[in-house]
Write a protein that binds this ligand. Structure first.
Ligand SMILES: *Cc1c(COP(=O)(O)O)cnc(C)c1O
Length: 224
């Protein structure tokens, strides 16, 4: 399947999901996760009309950036080691994996401009997953008030690996409720309007539960 064909299918699913819950499909943005594929395939994504690319490792992000530069909007979606921050910070537009103060401090130190960050939350509590516990999230975001280079644009989560729709739905719903609680504080540094949730196998449910950014890899670009 071409990227275009895959994209058409995903867009139809997103539109249908939005229609079911009364959302505007324009409020759901697709990030093409290109970690499985080479720069040529990533270029195909841009030609298909998706300008947002996501990578989860700094090496791969730098490699793709080398080829495509600022023709794409770059999303860092994986665990970010503090020592790698300086390599990627002037290339990425969004970081989806802010989950600790040491990382925030490194971003603050290295960034020349405010960086749009999602705070990653481990909603499901699985030991293998990164992210803050839900109850740690608000105190963490409050601590970022004095950071001039961090804008908390939203929350991000990875749902558990399961086909159980009820489990997935409850995970996404809890993230949305948490996001709404953050918004109620009205913090200037944390508008927190966005929800980064939903991947190839669960994006339909994520959209029904309010995702504004879905991160799609295999269903869009394949896993060559
Ligand atoms: C790989 C990855 C994705 C995309 O995964 P698919 O299941 O292939 O869509 C999304 N988010 C993160 C954080 C990832 O690492």
């Amino acid at each position: 399947m071409t990227v275009r064909d895959n994209l058409a299918l995903i867009r139809r699913q997103v539109e249908a999901a939005c229609a079911r819950v009364g959302r505007n499909p324009a409020d759901v943005r697709i990030i093409a996760v290109t970690k499985y594929v080479d720069a040529a395939r990533a270029q195909e994504v841009l030609h298909a009309g998706i300008g947002d690319l996501g990578e989860n490792r700094s090496e791969q992000l730098l490699e793709k950036y080398e080829a495509l530069g600022n023709r794409a909007t770059w999303h860092f979606i994986g665990t970010l080691q503090s020592r790698k921050v300086k390599e990627v910070i002037d290339k990425v537009d969004y970081i989806h994996s802010l989950d600790r103060l040491s990382l925030a401090k490194e971003i603050e130190k290295r960034a020349a401009r405010p960086v749009k960050c999602f705070v990653q939350v481990n909603v499901s509590g699985e030991a293998t997953k990164h992210g803050l516990a839900p109850e740690e999230t608000i105190p963490f975001i409050e601590q970022l008030r004095s950071f001039s280079r961090i804008e908390v644009v939203g929350l991000m989560t990875m749902a558990p690996h399961t086909d159980d729709e009820a489990v997935l739905r409850s995970c996404f719903r809890r993230l949305r409720v948490l996001k709404e609680r953050v918004q109620e504080f009205g913090w200037a540094h944390a508008p927190c309007t966005e929800l980064s949730m939903g991947m190839s196998n669960d994006y339909v449910i994520a959209v029904e539960e309010g995702a504004t950014w879905i991160r799609i890899g295999s269903a869009l670009v394949g896993s060559l």
